[in-house]
Design a protein around this ligand. Structure first.
Ligand code: HEM
Length: 134
């Protein structure tokens, strides 16, 4: 099943994803847990569902005991090529859109929105004033 220290890709590992042949990735290391499936106190299903991906978080979430961690050595077969594992999705706040640094156009529009009705009003008053006095 591959010599110790061999480097596998995520694709290699994900091919071993059944109860006759099951590999896992935990903390950058690849484990062949096929023979362990029946003996795993957490059951075979969790192990099977953790193949083909980095199972580090799943493994740690359970809070495995030190004796469990020591048992892992027996199943170690190699390392994972970390570049083949998708990086953890970190929350990055969306970038603020670059605001238009030049506010002149915006300012002129605002000014017009204010001045045009005022001008119309002024014109109406002026016309009325003019027609009255004529
Ligand atoms: C080579 C890898 C693994 C080994 C040697 C291992 C070993 C063990 C051992 C010895 C236990 C008994 C409790 C303890 O001593 O902590 C255990 C429980 C458990 N393990 Fe693992 N485990 C491995 C991988 C995983 C993975 C990848 C998962 C999750 C996807 C997992 C899920 C669980 C669960 C759910 C339990 C039951 C916890 C409970 O009943 O409280 N294990 N495992």
């Amino acid at each position: 099943m591959g010599a110790d220290g061999k480097i596998y890709t995520l694709e290699d590992v994900s091919k071993h994803n059944n109860n006759k042949d099951c590999w896992l990735i935990i903390k950058g290391k690849v484990y062949d847990v096929t023979k362990f499936l029946e003996d795993h106190p957490g059951g075979d299903e969790v192990l099977l569902s953790a193949t083909g991906k980095d199972a580090t978080d799943d493994f740690e979430d359970v809070g495995h005991s030190t004796s469990a961690i020591m048992m892992m050595d027996e199943h170690y077969i190699g390392e994972i090529d970390t570049s083949t594992i998708p990086t953890r999705t970190k929350y990055t706040p969306p970038k603020q859109p670059l605001y238009n640094q030049d506010k002149t156009a915006e300012f002129i529009i605002k000014l017009l929105q204010f001045l045009v009705p005022l001008a119309i009003l002024g014109l109406a008053v002026a016309i009325r004033f003019y027609t009255k006095s004529a």
